[in-house]
Design a binder for this molecule. Structure first.
Ligand code: UDP
Length: 327
């Protein structure tokens, strides 16, 4: 059985669907602090409500289920909030992960796929960013993820626990059949925010900064479809099952899109003129973040298939379902 922590969240839930489709038995562990029970109900797998900060909760899962490997998503993930509340982030993301790793070692479970982030690199020295790029995170969120990666290296040396750390760039899109999608409260990400403005809810889309040194003055990001991302987790699990060593991979498309280009894709797909306002730069936003994904392609055999337009289309389908849901 595969344990998925944070399986009620955006990326975790899409990964659960992918694992299920591949015939894996899955148990989700989630405290539902940011994930949603409605999401869990759509997935049709075992569910344990618990908190990684409580060692008894996570140890009970290993006692009640025969866990062969873990895919670990459970974490707080808002950069701005992490700057304001570092204790909350270190306590949950680092101490929670430490409790999980300790429970794994105690129960002789030695394989984990970890949800890491491009935020471990901080302000890029060069792009596209490969895995050897220096790690100098510029916010507590990125620091927590890098700390967990370092702990995992030490757990490999001490206990032989093998980990694959997947450093995500900008995740986008939703399940192609509309069962689940991105559902954050509050929402801070670009595509859902543009689409919420497109729904005519009276919200104006705020574009943060049009004076960057990029082709149209807006930030460049590498948008990777959540279905492609989920596929990488399955490949990473199989890599570990086949005896793979502890490793780290960037997950992105190696293609950059500006905020204006994403906005235009959203207008094209929704067929709407979307209200927007140019705002000052958002603190901590580097001008360009694009992944070098060669390593994931070569070692995991990963091949991202979905275009930005496809991600926007599935995100739009989901956004319309979500409004009905929230009414
Ligand atoms: N962005 C924006 N308005 C929003 C949300 C995001 O202009 O409401 C910009 C943000 O400044 C960045 C890009 O969109 O340049 C991607 O931001 P997001 O929060 O989606 O991901 P991040 O790159 O911060 O992980």
């Amino acid at each position: 059985m595969i344990l998925v922590t944070g399986g009620a969240g955006y990326i975790g839930s899409h990964c659960v669907l992918k694992l299920k489709d591949a015939g894996e038995n899955v148990v989700i562990f989630d405290n539902l602090s940011t994930g949603h029970i409605e999401t869990v109900q759509k997935l049709g797998v075992e569910f344990v409500q618990g908190d990684l900060r409580n060692p008894a909760d996570i140890n009970a899962v290993f006692e009640n289920y025969k866990i062969d490997a873990v895919v670990h998503f459970a974490a707080f993930s808002q950069v701005g909030e992490s700057v304001k509340e570092p204790y909350k982030y270190f306590q949950n993301n680092v101490c929670g992960s430490l409790n999980l790793l300790d429970a794994m070692v105690k129960h002789d479970c030695k394989k984990i796929v970890f949800s890491s982030t491009a935020a471990v690199y901080g302000e890029p020295d060069y792009t596209p960013i490969d895995e050897n790029h220096p790690k100098h995170p510029i916010n507590p969120y990125g620091e927590t993820k890098l700390t967990v990666e370092m702990i995992m290296d030490d757990f490999d040396k001490a206990y032989g626990l093998k980990s694959v750390r997947l450093r995500y760039f900008n995740v986008a899109g939703a399940d192609t059949s509309g069962r689940i999608g991105e559902w954050h409260e509050p929402e801070t990400h670009l595509i859902p925010n543009v689409l919420k403005a497109a729904l005519g809810s009276g919200k104006t889309f705020n574009l943060f900064g049009d004076d960057y040194d990029t082709k149209d003055g807006t930030c460049v990001r590498d948008y990777i479809d959540v279905n492609d991302l989920a596929a990488a987790h399955l490949l990473a699990l199989n890599y570990l099952k086949n005896g793979g060593e502890t490793n780290v991979f960037n997950l992105g498309t190696q293609t950059g899109s500006t905020v204006k280009e994403v906005f235009k894709a959203c207008e094209d797909i929704t067929g709407k003129e979307i209200p927007f306002e140019i705002q000052p730069r958002r603190e901590g936003d580097p001008a360009i973040l694009v992944a070098d994904n060669k390593k994931a392609r070569e070692i995991l055999g990963w091949n991202p298939l979905h275009s930005l337009n496809e991600s926007v289309q599935t995100a739009w389908n989901w956004e319309q379902i979500l409004t009905k849901f929230n009414k």
